[in-house]
Each structure stands twice: as structure tokens, then as C-alpha cells.
Write a protein that binds this ligand. Sequence first.
Ligand code: DMJ
Length: 649
Amino acid sequence: MPTNVGASPQQAFSDVVLLQLEDLRKFVKQKVEVEDIPRDLDLGDDQDGDIEIEDKPDVGDDDSRSQSVKDRKSPQLNHVVLDGSKDAPADDDLVARERRDKVRGAMLHAWTSYETYAWGFDELRPMSKTGVNQFGGLGATIVDSLDTLYIMGFHEQFKKASEWVSQNMNFNKHYGASVFETTIRVLGGLLSAYDLSGDKMFLSKAQELAERLLPAWNTASGIPYNTIELATGSASNPQWTGGSSVLADIGTEQIEFIGLSQRTGNPKYKEKVENVIFQLKKVMPNDGLLPIYISPHSGKPTTTKITFGAMGDSFYEYLLKVWIQGNKTEVVKHYREMFDHSMEGMMTLVKKSSPSNYVYLAERTGDVHQAKMDELACFAPGMLALGVEGASEENAKKYLDLAKELARTCYNFYMSTRTKLAGENYHFRDGEDMSVGTAYNILRPETIESLMYLYRKTGDNMYRDWGWDIFQAFEANSRVPTGYVGLHDVNSGVKDDMMQSFFLAETLKYLYLLFSPSTVIPLDEWVFNTEAHPLRIIPRVNEPISLEEPIHEESRGRMTEQSRKEEMMERMRNSSGKRNSQKRLGRKEGRGGTLGSFDYRLGFYLPLEMPSVCQCGWLQLLNWLVSQHVLRIHLNSMGSCFSQLLPNV
Ligand code: DMJ
């Protein structure tokens, strides 16, 4: 039942409205003008109760408010715009304003091109003047652009995009959706639009989507699969990972699912993603650097490859940002500890080029370093700059120094090519400094993102100038009459035919913010997910610390048939030759002495349907009883087993 039925108008005020009014006061203080403020929003009673909040919203120490997602009224935009005419903040100079206007113009061009040629498709192919669905047709560009439109003050466009989401966004799709991409782009985009506009339709959609994504977490360890069919909930991992999950995928869903729990009051979303961090913490090596493939069955790494580039990157980013999202409280302290631990490990990957001493982050396989860095790893200077606050004095200096050096390298990734746009990755050979490896540019945002954080941290205009150089290179090489395209080769300048949705979500937004005063989306009130969708910081207090309460057994109870089969195969592979080792039988593995121990003892696990008890032997019967949660098998410290009939059966 909605908890606000029959409440007085005052009581019916939602968290969102209260938060917005609070923000309004802050923004006014900071000399930023706010238009169209909802002064007297009556959210009224719940109309249809479609999606109801099960519990009190998880908003820190103020637990007196609750909300129903579906009691939607037309959105009241409390749009935040810069008032350049009076009392402009110190860092809003004329040059910055002009640059900001140009970036705004670029966004309008990108958006209008998409609107004209690819409306409703995931992304625009500017040269072909068509749309393409790379994300199952969820309107990725629309949802990725919502907050950028809002922040830049494109009211009409935001309204049209909102209507599309409300009327056309449909998750009943038969395709292999990337859980990560769908989370960071669509779920993140919806939550951000909700936080900015207060329109509950976005939260309702976000919850609907999250429900469809949740089956991906039903694995033995609770570490999610990377792919899911949204229509059926059937989840799996791609073959090219050897059945493993990708580190950056499983470690970059926390902000969105925790954010959803905070806004709906339902803890189940955060429990899923926080258990993943618990599992990863258990296998975190001493140097704080996790390999890029993790088995969703055993929860253990299946490779030794370490990188801050593709497939590793945003796991580290989220350790820091979940701590910020929860307002740095005790509940999220372990994220910060893990982050600082990982940064210690990062320092071991720091190398210098010759002859010019460009600092870069090497990759590592086993003990062997590779002198290669992805442009994707250029998010790291921004992460380090953001991580300065809250670090020890010694670390703060290390982080900022390294951030500045890495930013210089990343900027040079751009400036060292003929087009002044960066390639996808770089090699560092002795005597040659950096040379482009994979030569395409797909309008990625990472370097700009870091410049924005560094500018906000240091106030040094050099970072704005660097961002402007890169923006001009996009204008010169990527802008076409029908949108923006990437380049097949940053030296030849040959164009591709794709306008990535993250160009609108991230690249242009970070550019706009780089040239805006720091009071626009202030970093002590908002945290950006990895797709640059800002979510409000909401303090986390009075919650159990998630590392104390792993939830994997519950996950296991809902493991998919496929997950069971894959787990069985992996266990058979891993345990061959060891099956008779008494030592192994006696070891208490991660999942404790219950279901998991049973697997080890018998060496296999049969995912049987039970048509008739009489048709089966004792082993199958035992196995089936365990799978049905009727019986639990325990190992004692000597490795002998005993059984326990579970209650409530
Ligand atoms: C975006 O989807 C996100 O920034 C992600 O973390 C990495 N890749 C792209 C942009 O390059």
C-alpha cells in the first residue's frame, strides 16, 4: 500500500520535493538562478499504485517520509541555469562563457541530428542518416541525454525526451543486453533525470528496468552474469571471457542499484550489488589490484591480467564514488579503504616514457608489465583528483601529483596526432615516448572528464584550455552536417558512421561543466556515475554494513538452471585431481559449510528436476533435497559431514 494515502497535503510532500527546495535555497545562496520552482506541489494520493515502495525510503537519518513511485503529476522543472548577468561566480569568466555556449551549440546539433534521423533508435549513424539499435532499442541516446539537456537548459527537448520515455520505453526485449551498459546508461540516466526533475515517472521506469536486470545476480557467488535477455531474465556470460564475468562490469553497477534502493526504500537492489563487493574483497590480492575476469561461480579470478583500461577501469572508480554517494559515512567506509588499497597497487603500475618522461599506467599480466595504456584509463586522473579529499595527507599529495602527470599524458594522446584527437590506446617504446596503437577515436569522454575534475580541484585555467583544444579538434574532424562521428584513424582522419550515445551523455556534458562555475552540479552534492549521470549524494546511516552480511545463499536459491550447470562444470574442472584430498574436503570455502561443502564432498552437483523420488538413487535424492532447500549438509572442521533438515518444510 502506498504510505501517503489519506495524508495531508503537507505530509504528502515527497523526499524529492523537500530535497529540491533545500537545493533551491543553496543555489540561491550561491548566486545561481533557479527558474520555475515548484512552490506548492501537491503530489496527492497514489492513483494506481502500480509500483509501491515496500518500506521506508533509505535516506539516512530522516526516516519519516515515504513515497509511492507512481503518483506522477506533470513534471515541474526546477531547471537550474547560470545567471551570467549578475554576481557571477569567480570562475565564470567571459572566455569560459563563450566556450560554454559553443559546447551548448554542439549539444543542440548532436541532439537535433539524432531527433531528425534516428528518433527512438539507440544511436544515430550520421553518414547514413539512419538509426541503429545496439542496446536492444531502449532509446539509449534519449535516456543518455536527458540530464545533459536538463543541465544545459534545453527545456523543450527535455520534455519531448521525457514523453518518449514515458510512452515508448519498453523493456520487454529479446536480446542479449549488457547488464553493465544497460545499468550505467539507462538505469543511471533514468535516476539522474529523476533527481534533476523530480518526475516520478523516471523512478518508476528505473525500478521496472532493475527488476528485469536482477536475475543476472542469481549465481553461486552472487557475482552477476554480464548478459541478460530482458524479456525472459535468462542470463549468461559471453564465450570470449571463458565463462567469467568482467571486473569492470560487475563492479560498476553499485551506484545505480544503491541509488535505486535509496530512492525506493527497497533494500534488495543494494544488497545484490554490495554483496559483489564483499565477494571481491575476499579475493582482493595484497596489492589491491584485481584481475579483469572473475568466475561468477567460485567468485575467484580466472586470469592474472590487471589494467586500469578496458575491463578493469570503473571498478576502481566506483570504490571511491560509492563512498562519496553515501556521504562518506561509516556504512561506506570499507569502499574508501578498498579504494586507497587499490591506489597503492596503482602506484606499482606507474611508469615514465623516454625521452620526455610522460607518466603512464602500464598494464600487467602475472609479473610482466606491458608498456601500453588505453585512452579509457584517462578517467584515472579525474578519479585521483576526486579522491584527494578524504585521503591521508601523504596520499592526497601523491594522488594529486599523479593526477596532474597522467592528465598531461592523456592530453598529449590528443595533441600528438594529426587530427589532435586521441587514438584508442598507446604504446610506450623506449626512445619514442608514445605512439598510437589502435588508431580509432569514438568520441570518448575520459580525458575531458579528468580535465573537469582537475579544473574543479585546482582552479587552474590550463585544464580549461586543454579541454578547449580537444573540443576544437572534435569540431574540426568529427562534426558533420548530420551530427558527430568518430574517426577510423586519428592520423588519416577518415570518418566512421557512428554517434555514440556517450558523446551526448559524457563528452559534451563534461565539456559544458568544465566551462561552467563549480556551483553547477557541485561535487559535494552530486556524484557522477561512470556514464556521467549525476545522482544526488544521500547519506547512508543506520544501515548494516554490507560486508558483514553476504547474501549469496539467497542468490543461490534462485540460481538459474544454466548457472547451476556452469557451476558444476567449473567445479569439476577445478576439482579434478583434488577430489580425494581430505584437506580440501575439510576446508571451509567462501560459501561456508552448507550447500557449497556438499558439492565439494561429492565432487559434483546435479541440477535435477525430481519427477518421482522412486526413480532416483539415494545420491540423487540427497542432491535434490539440498537443491530444494529441504536439507542442508554441513562439514565439521575434520571434514566429516552431517545433515540438517531445514525448518519450515
Ligand atoms: C562509457 O560508457 C563509460 O564511461 C564507461 O565507463 C567506459 N566507456 C564509455 C565511454 O568511453
